[in-house]
Design a protein around this ligand. Structure first.
Ligand code: NAI
Ligand code: MG
Length: 507
């Protein structure tokens, strides 16, 4: 433990800072330096947070506010993500090692915009709608109401805590729910700051709670808790399956945003300078620690060697180093465990006969002896059945495969248990879009990557997930649809009751 004293952070439950009996250290992924200590939550803390969320929900302090009132408070929170951005950026970088450019533009900048979008949805969402119906068998007025589900648990990973938290907290609050957020063990600070900001801007106590602690303990408790109505999770497919199983006990609503193995297809007519830079952006941003990264590159066989040479040359231009430096392109990976996992995938590919075209290990240099680093890596001579082509590596590692016909490219692209993202590179956007229609993935880009807009849905086919986050329908996942039927029949003789009561009334 470093001798300098660092700040200790607590959980936020029922509008109060709540400490726990034990604390743990958070260390900077780039340097191993002690960032802070954090209260380690327990099952009892999860239970307390759920009870607090339930009480707030039932009281109507938030669920009973008008959508316009919720919108106004939420827009103030969104604005604070902007005015307090330095603190949010520092919170993200110090815990997950995002580079300062990416943290400003993506981790925090996008979170502010997306939070504001959910605030606007509170105002524009059709919470109640009356539908014209047939006057047979009886005349009636029929209303569809979208009512908040109740208590929502949000289990969030370490790569984009503020954005992925916002994708769950935003629609939950907009629809009038209460929330319990379970932060990832490694990255509590940005969402903790958001919880405080929300409270300061008028979200009542108990509506937005934040707990910490181990996933299999505290996260699992939330996923199975009888008083939680919905669980939203982003993380690994393995844990996603477990959450679905735990949630089944009380038939909770579930949304899952899980792993990916995004295929990135270069067509034979692509502008190779453009495509090569785009492929590197698609794979290497945030050192490949993004669920929708393009990690499997499919190239025409006749262009393979040319494209690989261009990729290797361009990857050599990447500045790997201190994430706080503006000139840095790639920072560290999140943890020793993840680093070793990535190294094991690279070693496994090497053992199976793949070629490491560049990178392949820890970068050389004194500054990479501390923290967790992987040199940007390109691997060739791969077949689509190898683990490196099938499993989510979650590091700066691009796998290159060749194809000999467009049908084969589409078949390889779709030969995966995942279906989160895909992309196509071509000078002919119509032709590329045609290929895009054949790819089984929730987001399919042509000539770009990582373009995520809050108005458009995000989520996975196959084992990449369940349901969709963001998009025009984002609040559907956080509401129950109620059909309210008011019958206008007053004449007993005309009522449908005669279907069972066929004999006339006597007396
Ligand atoms: P993880 O899936 O174990 O952790 C994500 C969240 O789930 C954390 O908040 C964790 O505390 C919680 N959690 C863990 N076990 C749980 C359980 N049994 N019940 C309830 N909650 C639980 O991910 P991890 O270990 O950080 O990374 C492993 C791999 O997962 C990565 O290599 C990557 O492939 C994938 N991953 C995908 C992400 C995505 O954006 N889709 C984000 C993070 C990881
Ligand atoms: Mg885990």
């Amino acid at each position: 433990m470093a001798s300098t004293s660092v700040r200790h952070h607590t959980m936020f439950i029922g509008g109060e800072d709540v400490d726990s009996g034990s604390a743990y250290e958070i260390r900077h992924p780039a340097t191993d330096e002690l960032v802070c200590t954090m209260a380690k939550g327990t099952v009892a803390d999860a239970d307390r947070a759920v009870a607090s969320a339930r009480e707030a929900f039932e009281s109507g302090v938030w669920s009973g506010k008008s959508p316009a009132e919720r919108q106004e408070i939420m827009q103030r929170i969104a604005a604070r993500i902007g005015t307090d951005q330095d603190e949010f950026i520092a919170a993200e970088i110090s815990c997950n090692g995002a580079t300062v450019r990416q943290a400003a533009g993506f981790h925090v900048g996008m979170a502010g915009v997306h939070f504001d979008y959910f605030a606007q949805l509170a105002g524009s969402y059709e919470f109640e709608r009356t539908i014209e119906t047939d006057p047979v068998p009886t005349a009636s007025t029929n209303t569809i109401r979208r009512e908040p589900v109740g208590v929502c648990a949000a289990i969030v990973p370490w790569n984009f805590p503020l954005i992925l938290g916002t994708w769950k907290i935003g629609p939950a609050l907009a629809a009038g729910n209460s929330v319990v957020v379970k932060v990832d063990e490694k990255t509590p600070l940005s969402l903790l700051k958001l919880a405080h900001v929300a409270h300061e801007e008028g979200v009542p106590a108990g509506v937005f709670n934040l707990v910490s602690g181990d996933g299999p303990e505290v996260g699992a408790r939330l996923a199975s808790h009888p008083d939680v109505d919905k669980v939203a999770f982003t993380g690994s497919t393995a844990v996603g399956r477990e959450i679905m199983r735990l949630a089944s006990g009380t038939v909770k609503k579930v949304t899952l945003e899980l792993g990916g193995k995004g295929p990135s297809i270069i067509l034979d007519d692509a502008d190779l300078d453009f495509a090569v830079d785009g492929v590197i952006f698609g794979c290497m941003l945030f050192s490949g620690q993004m669920c929708e990264s393009g990690t499997r590159l499919l190239v025409p066989a006749e262009l393979h060697d040319d494209i690989v040479a261009r990729l290797v040359a361009r990857v050599a231009d990447l500045n790997v180093g201190d994430p706080n430096e503006l000139a840095t392109d790639l920072g560290p990976v999140i943890s020793r465990r993840q680093r070793d996992r990535i190294l094991a995938y690279i070693d496994g590919a090497r053992a199976e006969g793949a070629t490491i075209a560049c990178g392949g290990g820890i970068p050389e240099g004194e500054e990479f002896q501390r923290g967790h680093w992987i040199a940007p890596t390109i691997i060739t001579d791969i077949t689509n059945d190898m683990p490196i082509a099938r499993e989510e590596v979650f590091g700066p590692v691009l796998s290159v495969l060749s194809y000999s016909s467009l049908d084969e490219a589409v078949a390889i692209a779709n030969d995966t248990e995942y279906g989160l993202s895909a992309g196509v590179w071509s000078r002919d956007t119509d032709r590329a879009a045609e290929v895009g229609r054949r790819l089984r993935a929730g987001t399919t880009w042509v000539n770009t990557w990582h373009a995520v807009d809050p108005r458009l849905p995000f989520g996975g086919y196959k084992q990449s997930g369940l349901g969709r986050e963001i998009g025009l329908g984002a609040l559907d996942e956080y509401t129950e649809a109620k059909h309210l039927h008011v019958d206008h029949t007053t004449d007993l003789g005309l009522a449908t009751f005669a279907l069972v009561l066929s004999t006339p009334r006597h007396g």
